[in-house]
Design a protein. Structure first.
Length: 194
């Protein structure tokens, strides 16, 4: 299980929360979120990971699954997949991952998705595509009470942390970074009145 699912989410997500999870992979974090909140909308673009997500969360009646990538615009993207079956995949290459395969995936904006229950929380763990996901959620973000975004060092030498913190600062009064093990998370709460 991912460290943030054990250490951060239980402190900040409650039983009435409706969570959008971007980058659900095989459902480790999804199951934790489903036990903490009222509803989880889990997005995973990789076919194999999505099938395992469905299998591993079949007992969670409060989980809806979407086999699509999220970004700043609607279209298609080429997803890079790692050599192992860890489920790590990304549109942009992350430092330290050995990519071996590619898969074409459909992409949509989070603002284009209609949810049965209005989301209160957002968890983004999408291996370097954090900023495009946030840009595609500009109408949703002001309505959330908390956002968690794992940031990454990229293969080209860049890092997503400052861009993520800056984007979250447009919508939230409190924005900070927190390390959980080797993971670096941008967290935002208390929406600004826009």
């Amino acid at each position: 299980m991912e460290p943030a699912a054990r250490e951060i989410f239980p402190k900040l997500i409650g039983p009435e929360d409706v969570i959008v999870e971007v980058g659900a992979r095989m459902g480790d974090g999804t199951r934790v979120l489903a036990n903490l909140g009222k509803q989880v909308y889990a997005f995973e673009p990789v076919r194999e990971s999505f099938l395992l997500l469905k299998l591993f969360t079949r007992g969670n009646k409060n989980v809806r699954r979407y086999n699509i990538a999220l970004g700043s615009s609607k279209g298609e993207a080429l997803l890079q997949k790692d050599r192992s079956f860890s489920g790590v995949s990304s549109i942009n290459k992350v430092t330290g991952v050995r990519y071996a395969q590619k898969e074409k995936v459909a992409v949509t904006r989070l603002d284009s998705v209609r949810f049965e229950f209005p989301p209160t929380s957002l968890v983004v763990d999408c291996e370097g595509s954090e900023l495009p996901v946030l840009k595609g959620a500009e109408r949703l973000l002001p309505n959330l009470k908390i956002v968690f975004v794992e940031t990454h060092s990229m293969d080209d030498g860049s890092d997503t942390t400052s861009d993520v913190i800056s984007e979250l600062g447009r919508f939230f009064l409190e924005v900070w970074t927190q390390y959980v093990g080797l993971e670096r998370w941008g967290i935002a709460s208390k929406p600004k009145v826009l």
